[in-house]
Write a new protein. Structure first.
Length: 199
């Protein structure tokens, strides 16, 4: 007999006001504290939510720092690059904090933070962009997809090189396969700035 599936509990914050007790989602309190989270896959929806929140925080205060907590396996390159581009346009610094794992496209978002922090047992994984879905069609369509994939590889490689201080050649050596960095190794490689023991 299968186990029942229970929805994840989203804690509510209770606050007493002159109008009585107000109840709101803990994520609302995080946003008020200029804290965001990238947890789970990067796709059009998750990127749009983060972009919307970043733009809101930029308008609210153009210089106060923002914290982005990341625990993600990565995801869609184009959605991740949209989030990256917005982060680079902001005047308020975005500190990225890796809890658990920042892999693939999430690693690129993580390393682009104004300050990059990792908890002691977190990891970063980088690799070349992957082909999504089945590869099929005419020889010309397959070549077009391969050419586009190489263009994306160049773009993501240049971003990693820019934010880590590595040469592009070194980035391509590391991304030729899945390359994992524990927290201290990530700092040594220029992928992170510090390992922290408190948030």
């Amino acid at each position: 007999m299968s186990q029942p599936i229970y929805p994840l509990y989203q804690p509510q914050v209770l606050q007493e006001t002159c109008e009585g007790i107000c109840r709101f989602d803990v994520r609302d309190q995080m946003l008020a504290n200029r804290e965001l989270e990238l947890c789970g896959p990067i796709d059009a929806e998750s990127a749009a939510i983060l972009i919307r929140n970043l733009l809101y925080l930029q308008r609210a205060d153009a210089v106060a720092p923002v914290k982005m907590f990341i625990n993600s396996p990565g995801g869609e390159v184009q959605s991740g690059l949209a989030l990256y581009d917005v982060m680079q346009t902001l005047s308020c610094p975005v500190t990225t904090i890796c809890l658990g794992m920042a892999a693939s496209m999430a690693a690129l978002v993580f390393v682009s933070g104004a300050r990059r922090e990792m908890l002691p047992h977190s990891r970063v994984m980088i690799h070349d962009p992957l082909i999504g879905g089945g590869l099929g069609g005419s020889a010309l369509s397959v070549k077009a997809r391969a050419d586009d994939l190489m263009r994306i590889r160049d773009i993501t490689g240049e971003v990693l090189a820019r934010h880590t201080g590595m040469t592009l050649e070194r980035v391509f050596e590391l991304t030729a396969q899945d390359t994992y960095f524990e927290a201290e190794a990530a700092v040594e490689a220029g992928l992170a700035d510090a390992v922290v023991a408190s948030l």
